[in-house]
Design a protein around this ligand. Structure first.
Ligand SMILES: Nc1nc2c(ncn2[C@@H]2O[C@H](COP(=O)(O)OP(=O)(O)OP(=O)(O)O)[C@@H](O)[C@H]2O)c(=O)[nH]1
Ligand SMILES: [Mg+2]
Length: 303
């Protein structure tokens, strides 16, 4: 079985070969990095979805250096790497003190981004750490959503609070908070819908869920993780912005980094939302979850 790191490296293989290959080609053509070469390098960066500002900054890094020494791909890569790690680390905040249990984590994001799967993986990780975990099936909209979460709860050995399809999601969340308090769970994770009837506004619904939770625990939800499918590229970014405006998002979970994601999107998301990436999902099985590590990620992006 592949380790999470090698899955990440595999998922980023295409981006890596485009990036490193592109840099190598430019240097072969023009061993002295002149203006034309800088432009070419910027194109290479843009094609990996890092976003315009990041590409510009990386090129500025080269421009400001004595370029006579930059003759190998490695020397250019090292400069890029250092700057990217700095950029990714700039959104990292010191871990917040854990609240009095239960800690409430709300998981939001567009439909199909991987919310329910991530909840399964996260719950599994936490129950392995001997935490008592409760899941709330507050996606009452999509048929099958409750059963899907129930399957993950069982696999992860977590408890579940659910109601019937079509019932009020905020009521499910409220019941779950009560249950978590009464039954002394350490952590409550709330699954939410990615899509509702067109009549109902998803953002308003999410706000309502959070408001209702606060009636029971004033400083909850303690974490709001926005799940983003890394393969959706710039589209995912537009959606992410809407969610970040509606809910007090505390961190990003990036999923499907095992697929055909353009890895550079991680940089674009970090810059655009100014939010830390907490976890990455690299597959559909229960242990395909890793804490995000900037150096590890940038390493995987370039080798
Ligand atoms: N390759 C890969 N597939 C994933 C990953 N995470 C989730 N998936 C798949 O993506 C699909 C959608 O995942 P869900 O967890 O149901 O997504 P969701 O956000 O809960 O979707 P809705 O409930 O419809 O809003 C499923 O087929 C998952 O198996 C991942 O990290 N890698
Ligand atoms: Mg779901």
């Amino acid at each position: 079985m592949l380790s999470v790191l090698s899955k990440l490296q595999k998922g980023l293989a295409k981006t890596r070969s485009d990036l490193v290959g592109g840099i190598a080609r430019t240097l072969t053509r023009s061993p002295k990095i002149d203006e034309a070469a800088l432009e070419e390098l910027e194109e290479v960066l843009l094609s990996s979805d890092v976003g315009f500002e990041t590409a510009e900054e990386l090129i500025e890094q080269l421009r400001s250096k004595d370029r006579s020494g930059l003759t190998t791909t490695d020397s250019v890569v090292e400069i890029f790497k250092a700057h990217l790690i700095e950029l990714l680390d700039s959104t990292v905040q010191p871990p917040r003190p854990l609240p009095v249990p239960p800690q409430v984590i709300s998981i939001i994001g567009v439909n199909g981004s991987g919310k329910t799967t991530i909840i399964g993986k996260l719950a599994y990780r936490l129950t392995r750490e001997k935490k008592k975990v409760l899941l709330a099936a507050a996606d009452t909209f999509r048929a099958g959503a409750i059963d899907q979460l129930a399957v993950w709860a069982k696999r992860a050995e977590a408890d579940l609070v659910s109601s019937i399809t079509g019932s009020d999601p905020a009521a499910v969340a409220f019941d779950a908070v009560r249950a978590a308090k009464n039954r002394q769970h350490d952590i409550l994770i709330i699954d939410t819908a990615g899509r509702l009837h067109t009549k109902t506004n998803l953002m308003e619904e999410l706000k309502k869920i959070h408001r209702v939770i606060q009636r029971e625990i004033a400083d909850a939800p303690h974490e709001v993780y926005l799940v983003i499918d890394a393969t959706t590229g710039q589209n995912g970014l537009t959606q992410a912005r809407q969610f970040a405006e509606a809910a007090q998002v505390t961190g990003i979970i990036l999923t499907k980094l095992d697929g055909t994601a353009k890895g550079g999107i991680v940089l674009a998301i970090t810059r655009e939302l100014g939010l830390p990436i907490r976890y990455v999902g690299v597959g559909e099985t229960i242990d395909d979850l890793e804490l995000f590590d900037a150096s590890q990620f940038v390493e995987a992006l370039f080798r």
